[in-house]
Design a protein around this ligand. Structure first.
Ligand SMILES: Cc1cc2nc3c(=O)[nH]c(=O)nc-3n(C[C@H](O)[C@H](O)[C@H](O)COP(=O)(O)O)c2cc1C
Length: 200
């Protein structure tokens, strides 16, 4: 399986979590192509032809980014807008991504117990629905997203531990147990919160 790993962090040099994960994934030797997209396109001037060619040359596309304002980072949005064109990704002849996998890896500063609470009334998979909708439109297989909470305050060990899990599942088929890892974790953590609130 040819895997293209695209990291959309506005300042990867200053990043702790996403830089660590990129390093781990590259060192695993499992990703065919790994790119720091902000350093490739500092002016947001995306080479659409190049991106489309690269997409066609890989089987699984992995998009990695930190969650900013309950959403993706701006270059990733621009990349989607520019690259996933009509009659390329969708439309009567837009079948170039059909059958490929789309996998999201992201980090969230918020804590698990706050997501789905009063102020943050959405889970990470819910926040990521635009990617699932995009995958559907392009007839791609949407893999279970991989994500970590508490990204600013957790220990370096924790960051590494998550990175190791991503390495394990990055080349798995979309429905592997490994890919349910993050979700299983959030359910465990949410169950704890529900229990504390007497709602279990
Ligand atoms: C502009 C900005 C917006 C952010 N918005 C969110 C957010 O909506 N939800 C959240 O959980 N964390 C948010 N964060 C925290 C980041 O997700 C967190 O700093 C990042 O995942 C850490 O990864 P890094 O070490 O690779 O930078 C935000 C951070 C910044 C700088």
């Amino acid at each position: 399986m040819k895997i293209m790993h695209l990291v959309f962090h506005p300042d990867l040099a200053q990043s702790r979590v996403n830089r660590t994960w990129q390093k781990q994934l590259v060192e695993s030797g499992k990703v065919t192509t790994s790119r720091d997209m902000y350093s490739e396109y500092p002016d947001f001037n995306i080479d659409v032809e190049k991106e489309q060619k690269l997409l066609m040359g890989h089987d699984r596309i992995v998009l990695q980014f930190p969650i900013y304002w309950w959403s993706m980072t701006p270059l990733l949005k621009k990349w989607l807008d520019d690259v996933l064109q009509y009659q390329f990704a969708y439309g009567s002849k837009g079948d170039k991504l059909q059958g490929k996998d789309l996998m999201i890896i992201c980090s969230a500063g918020g804590q698990a117990k706050n997501y789905s609470g009063f102020h943050m009334f959405a889970t990470v998979p819910e926040i990521l629905k635009p990617f699932q909708l995009t995958a559907n439109l392009a007839k791609m297989n949407y893999a279970q997203p991989l994500y970590m909470f508490n990204a600013d305050a957790c220990s370096d060990d924790e960051v590494q531990k998550y990175g190791k899990s991503w390495v394990k599942v990055i080349d798995d088929s979309a429905r592997s147990d490994g890919l349910r890892f993050a979700n299983a974790k959030i359910h465990d953590e949410l169950n704890d919160v529900y229990q504390q609130l007497g709602m279990a």
